[in-house]
Design a protein around this ligand. Structure first.
Ligand code: ADP
Length: 257
């Protein structure tokens, strides 16, 4: 794997960022990117200067979830730094905005690409950088955590059976790295219909995780067609409906300091 850079010396590109928040999951498809993007735009709506780093090199979701005018990352005139894309004031860096994406890469290559994108981007002064982590708790995730001095982690899961073991793995990884896990989001938890609330995947183990590991916040996000539609349309739900239920959930996520 690529050499960890964060062993005392902070990469230049990250020096003016106050908080780096990792949004993480142990499996793909649980809504990690949905949470990362909506969290970032909620923070921006609250007045913070925000960036999103999409570290999911194998399946970058950012280009689908937000629609910046300029969809390709540019190099600075001296060719030394990457100029992030931007949508509604939020700075965006994703492998999906790199012209000739390579679909097949070995682990060390992926780590290298992630490190380069993260540390050579001109983030400027930010209150929050939200990192959409690649799913899992392997080498790539560890390297990333060593490059970026994370201030908080949010773990996203769905209520299915194996979730407890998965979430516990994530919590342990962050605890080893001394990164506080501020919230667990149990996504696609329920839906309301005909005046009743349904839990199609059963009640999850989020509450147990929160209790066992002393995580301060547990949040349930319902299955909502608007969340999935906004994910495809390029305008995050919290931008389309800044006073709605989803926006309120993100305002209380415990990330804001
Ligand atoms: P991950 O980043 O974990 O792979 P995504 O955020 O890309 O997951 O979500 C996977 C799919 O599920 C996307 O199409 C997204 O729009 C949809 N989705 C995520 N959360 C919800 C939700 N609460 N309700 C409806 N659709 C959702």
């Amino acid at each position: 794997p690529a050499k960890p850079v964060f062993a005392g010396e902070l990469p230049k590109g990250l020096q003016a960022i106050s908080n780096i928040v990792a949004v993480s999951s142990c499996k793909g498809g649980v809504g990690k990117s949905t949470v990362a993007v909506n969290l970032a735009y909620t923070l921006a709506d609250m007045g913070a200067r925000v960036g999103i780093f999409d570290a999911d090199v194998y399946g970058p979701s950012l280009p689908t979830m937000v629609s910046p005018e300029n969809r390709l990352l540019e190099m600075s005139p001296e060719n030394k730094t990457i100029l992030p894309a931007e949508y509604l004031g939020v700075k965006l860096v994703s492998f999906g905005f790199v012209g000739q994406g390579r679909a097949i890469m070995r682990g060390p290559m992926v780590s290298g690409v992630i490190n380069q994108l993260l540390t050579t981007a001109e983030w400027g002064e930010l209150d929050y950088l939200v990192i959409d982590m690649p799913p899992g708790t392997g080498d790539i995730q560890l390297t990333l955590c060593q490059v970026a001095p994370l201030t908080a982690a949010v773990i996203v899961t769905t209520p299915q059976k194996l979730a407890f073991i998965d979430v516990a793995k994530g919590v342990r990884m962050f605890s080893k790295l001394k990164v506080p896990c501020v919230a667990v989001v149990e996504n696609m938890c329920y839906f309301d219909a005909d005046g009743k609330r349904y839990y199609p995947f059963g009640k999850g183990s989020g509450a147990q995780v929160v209790q066992q590991f002393g995580i301060p916040h547990l949040f349930d996000l319902p299955i909502r067609s608007t969340l999935s539609a906004s994910g495809d349309s390029g305008m995050p739900e919290v931008v389309a409906d800044p006073q709605g239920e989803v926006a309120r959930t993100f305002q209380n996520l415990g990330v804001c300091v």
